[in-house]
Design a protein around this ligand. Structure first.
Ligand SMILES: [Mn+2]
Length: 233
């Protein structure tokens, strides 16, 4: 898991959504957080020799160079080339080593890029008649519908065809990467969940089960499935 650098009260802080730490620790998995620091690059290879799985969380926009598009970098939100570089190094390693991978929000977008897919720079501008994917006034209470695909791990975990999910993203999967299977989509057609059946465990969700834990039993099952894969390697 890689941290996120934010400016708070004019100071740079390394931030991490602590609910992930709790959910993993509750399942007997000790999370290790990789800091966004220049020096991390020099020691990353050593640490990538011994780990059991990779969780990629939310964050700012991915540099479009990683999906071969030219875009005005000044238009990106929270552009952090060092975070991009560190996360993509980690993900490529976990992918090549067939280690369990779970991604949320930016994490699913990174997974898509890893598979050669492309990203919408702004879903609300580029998708015709988009549903609201982010409510800037209130991230936590926002919900929109997703429709699950039967026969996928996501459907197995939730056991129902439709969910109302918490999302807060302005980017999203535009062209699905090779080898990824869609598991859920919003009513505007945007893919909100993917997996790669050829990998030991590789799941990406655009929505946030960790922020709506009391609403569906399936939310916990997402983390059960990931940590089971991590522990049984
Ligand atoms: Mn959404």
């Amino acid at each position: 898991m890689v941290s996120r650098r934010l400016i708070r009260k004019n100071k740079t802080i390394d931030w991490f959504s602590e609910i992930y730490l709790q959910l993993l620790a509750e399942r007997g998995v000790m999370p290790i957080i990789v800091p966004i620091a220049e020096a991390t690059k020099g020691i990353l290879d050593e640490y990538l020799k011994d780990y059991d799985g990779m969780l990629m969380m939310e964050g700012g926009d991915i540099d479009p160079q990683y999906y071969h598009e030219n875009y005005d970098l000044t238009k990106l939100d929270e552009y952090d080339p060092l975070k991009d570089e560190i996360e993509i190094t980690c993900l490529r390693h976990a992918f090549a080593a067939n280690k369990p991978i779970l991604g949320f929000c930016r994490g699913v977008q990174l997974i898509n890029v890893l598979h050669g897919g492309k990203i919408y720079n702004d879903v609300h501008l580029e998708i015709p008649n988009p549903v609201l994917h982010i409510n800037y006034e209130n991230y936590d209470s926002h919900r929109h519908k997703v429709i699950l695909e039967e026969g996928t791990p996501l459907f197995e975990w939730y056991g129902q065809k439709e969910l109302m999910v918490n999302t807060y993203h302005h980017q999203g999967i535009k062209v699905l990467g090779k080898g990824l299977i869609p598991m859920a989509h919003a009513e505007d057609g945007l893919i909100e969940g993917v997996y790669n059946p050829a990998h030991s465990f590789l799941v990406g969700l655009q929505f946030h089960p960790e922020r709506m834990l009391s609403e569906y039993k399936g939310n916990q099952k997402v983390f059960d499935a990931f940590t089971d894969a991590v522990k049984h390697r």
